[in-house]
Design a protein around this ligand. Structure first.
Ligand SMILES: NC(=O)c1ccc[n+]([C@@H]2O[C@H](COP(=O)([O-])OP(=O)(O)OC[C@H]3O[C@@H](n4cnc5c(N)ncnc54)[C@H](O)[C@@H]3O)[C@@H](O)[C@H]2O)c1
Length: 362
């Protein structure tokens, strides 16, 4: 049996619970849940048939908890993940895993010391067309990337920002970029490769919050390709879109509220033969059978723990995402074009200035 503990039983914890419930026939069972709000913990525990706690350290003491899902507000992820690693657990933490590159490197060290493993939820990586595009790129069918752009144009209202931990640097760790666009950024980098340098503008234009609610970024990838990221929580609908212009074709997602890597996508090519080859390659992958979203990632994570293989959305896999986020804030806050990587001697290695004091205080 693989026993699961869920820490934080608010909104996203339900997606974790549903994903673990799908694995019941593989002997996966939620045995413990924790929330600092006792009623919330009890109600969630009753729904999933687990024991409720209000202190996550009690949950970590249980020998039958092998896997811990961290579903608490963003600023608590580092400490809870670190404690769970020290307790010898496999950890699946919601995004963003950390507020700084220093914290990320510290977690990587703890994982190496205690075994973990540690994964971060980036469910776009389980999108059907994420896999499809990866295959097309690695098989050479697309040719080189020329340009990629992602738009994360979401609607978040005052009720959303009235939750006390949101909208503040110390507790949300950032705004539309860190909380919303991070999924699109992570998937973009996983597909397009490392970034050489970038220039960013961020602003807070429509919400009464500390963190950014609008951002515009120009990227140059190490391959020479160009990229752009538009992100906001001020749009009047939820709209996500990506486009990759390659040497041999253009791949465009359909407009969706959230996950742009769902099927279908459109492919344009000057060559009908190339277009047919792309369609045949995608058909051969039987993408429609792939389990997506949290369900896909959690099934893969649990399987990796069971099989003792390196889990897929590892600390090293998400480092480029946190490096680019760090570079974006540095560029926006200094007005400079920022080259990557961000060295440990760089003050932004400890997070953007509005975050540094709170991260140091723990
Ligand atoms: N992957 C995704 O698509 C996705 C979607 C939504 C949220 N998230 C992430 O999930 C996290 C939680 O978001 P949410 O919307 O569920 O928030 P939420 O406020 O609805 O839930 C968080 C819960 O954690 C509890 N909590 C706070 N501190 C705790 C502690 N120390 N120990 C135990 N419980 C504690 C709160 O009482 C609350 O019930 C955030 O980091 C967010 O970025 C990810």
């Amino acid at each position: 049996m693989i026993g699961v503990g869920i820490v934080g039983t608010g909104g996203i914890a339900h997606a974790h619970a549903r994903a673990y419930a799908r694995l019941a026939d593989q002997d996966v069972r939620i045995v413990a849940v924790c929330d600092v709000i006792e009623d919330r913990a009890r109600q969630f525990a009753a729904e999933v048939g687990a024991t409720a706690y209000t202190d996550y350290r009690r949950l970590l003491e249980r020998d039958d908890v092998r896997v811990v899902s961290v579903c608490t507000p963003s600023s608590t992820h580092f400490a809870i993940s670190a404690d769970a690693l020290r307790a010898g657990k496999a950890v699946l933490c919601e995004k963003p895993l950390v507020g700084s590159l220093r914290q990320l490197d510290q977690l990587a060290q703890l994982e190496a010391e205690y075994g973990g493993p540690l994964n971060c939820v980036f469910q776009y990586r389980y999108g059907r067309m994420f896999r499809g595009l990866r295959h097309l790129i690695s098989s050479g069918l697309t040719g080189d990337l020329i340009m990629a752009d992602i738009a994360v144009l979401w609607h978040r209202d005052d009720a959303y920002y009235s939750v006390p931990w949101r909208g503040k640097w110390a507790t949300e760790l950032g705004g539309a970029l860190t909380t919303l666009a991070i999924h699109g950024i992570d998937a973009l980098l996983a597909l397009a490769g490392p970034v050489d340098h970038l220039s960013a503008e961020t602003a807070t234009l429509c919400h009464q919050i500390e963190v950014e609610d609008v951002a515009s970024i120009a990227l140059r990838f190490s391959s020479g390709a160009l990229g752009s990221i538009y992100a906001t929580s001020c749009n009047h609908e939820n709209l996500s879109q990506c486009r990759f212009i390659f040497q041999h074709c253009t791949a465009t997602s359909h407009q969706r509220p959230y996950d742009p890597y769902g099927l279908p996508w459109s492919f344009q090519s000057e060559s009908p033969e190339r277009k047919a080859e792309i369609e045949a390659a995608l058909n051969s992958l039987r993408l429609e059978e792939q389990v997506e979203d949290h369900e896909g990632q959690i099934a893969d994570f649990v399987a990796s723990v069971r099989e003792g293989r390196r889990p897929p959305v590892s600390v090293e896999a998400i480092r480029p995402t946190h490096e680019v986020l760090t570079a974006i804030y540095k560029s926006a806050m200094t007005g400079e074009r920022v080259a990557l990587p961000i060295a440990p001697e760089d003050p932004y290695y400890d997070g953007p200035p509005p975050l540094r004091a709170s991260l140091k205080a723990g």
